[in-house]
Design a protein around this ligand. Structure first.
Ligand SMILES: *Cc1c(COP(=O)(O)O)cnc(C)c1O
Length: 328
């Protein structure tokens, strides 16, 4: 049934400027051997296959962020993150495809460029280190650079770590729509959708997608870099921004965020994550990156072992291929 409210939110969605970067829809497929090993029916949503560069969840985010940047007449994209950030690499690639100059602000002391930063340099990004380990030094660095560029008459578009904004999260509201179609086609009624959560934009988009599409599944994030309470608050705030853009009421239940089952530091391997990645590689032929997806899967496995998961569930494979080779 199409209500006036649904038509209004659809109109708000299609009005949002968007650039096509991804090869979408990505596959949604069953994972029978993994399901048998875990004792829960698990399906994989393959956002490692979104297509730009080496793929990953940030491609969906960038479709809306770059659309917004172009609409605002930006000539430069300034963003940042850690030295292993998938986000900065994909942001640099995406910016290049639309003629924007990418500048990346990286926390920490200058270091040789490996993995994602080497790929970003290959893509022609300018890379600046803050010299401070404090992750928030990225946002300070972005602001300082932007002021310099504006003084030179340039028009930079600024984005914090992970692209976690109301606009960026539209990417995963749109992905919800894609999943609603795919689950219908495959006659699947998932009870839960699991993912790894970092800067919280992806989960926020999925939560906004719940408010928009009422897909019938609960969204479960596994935090890999922030305290659970901080994630809950960030997801709710960003999701509310996205809902406002979509002209829908915010989702009324609190975001569900689990702590990292391995409790490892951000950017480091954990035994639980390594075990989860091994299981998925050996049953389904899919690689989970050690920083995000392997920890998300470890969270799902821990919940399944505790009897808290009844299938079918979807696990979002979020990409991060470059760190398969660089995180020791
Ligand atoms: C960024 C990232 C995530 C987490 O997404 P957020 O929107 O930052 O929460 C998960 N997996 C991979 C591979 C990522 O690069």
């Amino acid at each position: 049934m199409t209500t006036p409210a649904a038509r209004a939110s659809w109109a708000a969605f299609v009005r949002r400027p968007r650039v096509r970067l991804g090869t979408l829809p990505t596959p949604l497929h069953p994972a029978p051997r993994l399901s048998e090993a875990v004792g829960v029916e698990i399906w994989l949503k393959r956002d490692d296959l979104t297509g730009l560069g080496l793929g990953g969840n940030k491609v969906r985010v960038l479709e809306f962020v770059l659309g917004d940047a172009l609409q605002r007449g930006a000539d430069t994209l300034i963003t940042g993150g850690g030295p292993a950030s998938n986000w900065v690499m994909l942001a640099a690639l995406a910016a290049r495809t639309r003629g924007l100059q990418p500048i990346l602000v990286i926390y920490g002391e200058p270091a040789p460029l490996v993995g994602n930063l080497a790929l970003a340099e290959l893509a022609g990004a300018e890379i600046v280190f803050t010299g401070e380990e404090d992750r928030a030094s990225v946002e300070r660095g972005i602001d300082a650079l932007a002021a310099q560029l504006r003084a030179q008459g340039r028009n930079p578009y600024l984005l914090g770590r992970g692209g976690a904004t109301g606009v960026g999260a539209l990417g995963y509201a749109a992905a919800t729509l894609e999943l609603v179609t795919q689950t219908r086609e495959q006659n699947l009624t998932p009870s839960q959708l699991w993912l790894a959560t970092g800067s919280c934009g992806t989960q926020a988009g999925l939560v906004a997608g719940q408010a928009w599409q009422h897909p019938g599944w609960a969204v479960h994030g596994v935090s890999v870099s922030r305290p659970v309470a901080e994630c809950v608050a960030r997801v709710a705030t960003i999701a509310a921004e996205t809902c406002a853009l979509l002209e829908v009421a915010p989702w009324d239940s609190a975001p569900i965020v689990h702590s990292d089952a391995g409790d490892a530091e951000y950017g480091k391997r954990s035994a639980a994550a390594d075990t989860a990645a091994e299981l998925v590689a050996r049953t389904e032929g899919v690689f989970l990156d050690p920083v995000f997806a392997a920890k998300g899967m470890a969270g799902l496995l821990a919940a399944a072992a505790a009897g808290q998961v009844s299938g079918p569930v979807i696990f979002l494979v979020t990409g991060g291929a470059p760190t398969l080779f660089t995180v020791g």
